[in-house]
Every structure is written in structure tokens, then in C-alpha cells.
Design a protein around this ligand. Structure first.
Ligand SMILES: [Zn+2]
Length: 236
């Protein structure tokens, strides 16, 4: 079964109202074939190199303008062709567009505290990979992550939090426990373990992503952003 057939069978994207589907070129309808937007031509390795270069520029100067200069907003209305997906934390200090010195239309971003991958996040990743043609998925944790720290408190002492916060951090707890069982007790260890677990979960839970990996169309890579230096450390 191909990725396209999986997408078609599930009719995941046919009714989305964001206007992106018509611009993807996926499928055989004349309207889609006439898409004015071409998917990125970058390979996963080239996309990763672009992110690393963008992060180096960010670290060097805190630049927020992409290397290619600002993109006229009106040109973006035809569709989107992001070269990477980033699943990051909601922490206000970790905006991927800034961290990687990218502009509008370049990154497809999902952000949730603790950079976990629930059904909504995985569905969003599948859309970016299978429909928009993004060749790289980056799970980006960060130093001093409060969500992972909270999960550590749950693991250590059964800490409880108001509202849905406890439910939110619960998916992080198994990674924390595995790290500790292996003798890695620090918060930084838990953060890396959570990133690795989320990356693994995406590739095992999503048939769409697994198919894309098998077809050498996408890579899933873990990373950790350091709040103090601005540097992103890629785990693979
Ligand atoms: Zn965080």
C-alpha cells in the first residue's frame, strides 16, 4: 500500500478547509495537477543541513530574517511547500522559525508543551509528509523544559497538577522512568529520552510516516534546543 493510497483511503484531507489540498499536486484530479506550488526539492539530508545552517546563523547573530530575505506575503496564498516539520514545545523561548532562521512557508510547525505526539500532532505530521511533501520531521525538545520537569515530579512523588496539566504531562512519564532505570537521572537526560521516545512513537504509530520512511521520502530526527546558547543539538 502506498502513502497516497493510505491518504486516499482514509480521506484524511479531502475536506480540509485550509485550501492547501488543491495546491499539493497529490492525486489525479485536474485541479490538483494544475497546482502552482511545487513541493520542496530538498532531500532529508539537505533539509537537515539547511536547518543546521539556519541555527548556526541564529546562534551567531540572533537573526530572525531568513537567508533568502523576506517573502512577499501575497506569493504564499497559492499554497505551501515546507521543507521540514518541527514538533516542538510551546515554551515561548523556543519558536522554530527563529531558532532555524526560517521564514513564512518554510516550516510546518506543531507545538505542544513537552513536544509530545498525540493523535492531532501525528495527523498534522502525516499531512505535512504525505500531502505537502516535507522530507524531514524534527522533534525538538529544549533544556529546562517545564513539562518534562513536571513529568519527573509525577514519576518521583506522584505530583498532581490542576486541570488537564497532569494528563498533558502523563505521556512523558514513561520516558522519564526508562531514563532513570538506565541510570540517567538528570532533567537533561529525561528531556533527551522524551525526544527519542516521541520520535520513535511517530514512526511506529503512523502508517503514513512509516510508509514514507520505507520509501526514503522522509527522515524523523530528534533534537534538543539549548536555551542558554541557542544551539540545537541533533540526536541523529
Ligand atoms: Zn518545554
Amino acid at each position: 500500500m502506498t502513502i497516497s493510497s493510505v491518504v486516499s483511503r482514509r480521506k484524511l484531507f479531502g475536506t480540509l478547509a485550509c485550501g492547501c489540498v488543491a495546491a499539493t499536486g497529490l492525486g489525479s484530479s485536474p485541479a490538483r495537477a494544475a497546482s502552482p506550488v511545487t513541493k520542496t526539492s530538498l532531500s532529508a539530508e539537505e533539509a537537515l543541513a539547511k536547518l543546521k545552517a539556519g541555527n548556526a546563523a541564529f546562534v551567531a547573530g540572533g537573526a530572525c530574517t531568513p537567508a533568502g530575505g523576506p517573502v512577499p506575503i501575497s506569493t504564499l496564498s497559492a499554497g505551501q511547500a515546507p521543507f521540514a516539520v518541527v514538533l516542538g514545545c510551546s515554551d515561548s523561548r523556543t519558536p522554530p522559525e527563529h531558532v532555524f532562521t526560517t521564514g513564512l512557508g518554510e516550516l510546518f510547525i506543531i507545538r505542544v508543551a513537552g513536544n509530545t505526539a498525540d493523535v492531532t500532532a501525528i495527523g498534522s505530521i502525516e499531512y505535512a509528509v504525505a500531502v505537502l511533501g516535507a522530507p524531514l520531521v524534527v522533534v525538538m525538545g529544549h533544556s529546562q523544559c517545564g513539562a518534562v520537569e513536571a513529568a519527573g515530579d509525577v514519576a518521583s512523588s506522584g505530583a498532581q497538577f490542576p486541570g488537564f496539566i497532569g494528563d498533558m504531562v502523563q505521556p512523558i512519564v514513561p520516558a522519564v522512568l526508562r531514563a532513570r532505570k538506565a541510570g540517567h537521572m538528570e532533567l537533561a537526560d529525561a528531556i533527551r529520552a522524551n525526544v527519542a521516545e516521541v520520535a520513535r512513537h511517530i514512526t511506529t504509530a503512523s502508517e503514513v510516516v512509516a510508509q514514507a520512511i520505507g520509501a526514503n521520502k522522509v527522515r524523523v530526527v530528534g533534537s534538543v534546543y539549548d536555551l542558554a546558547s541557542g544551539k540545537v543539538d541533533f540526536l541523529a
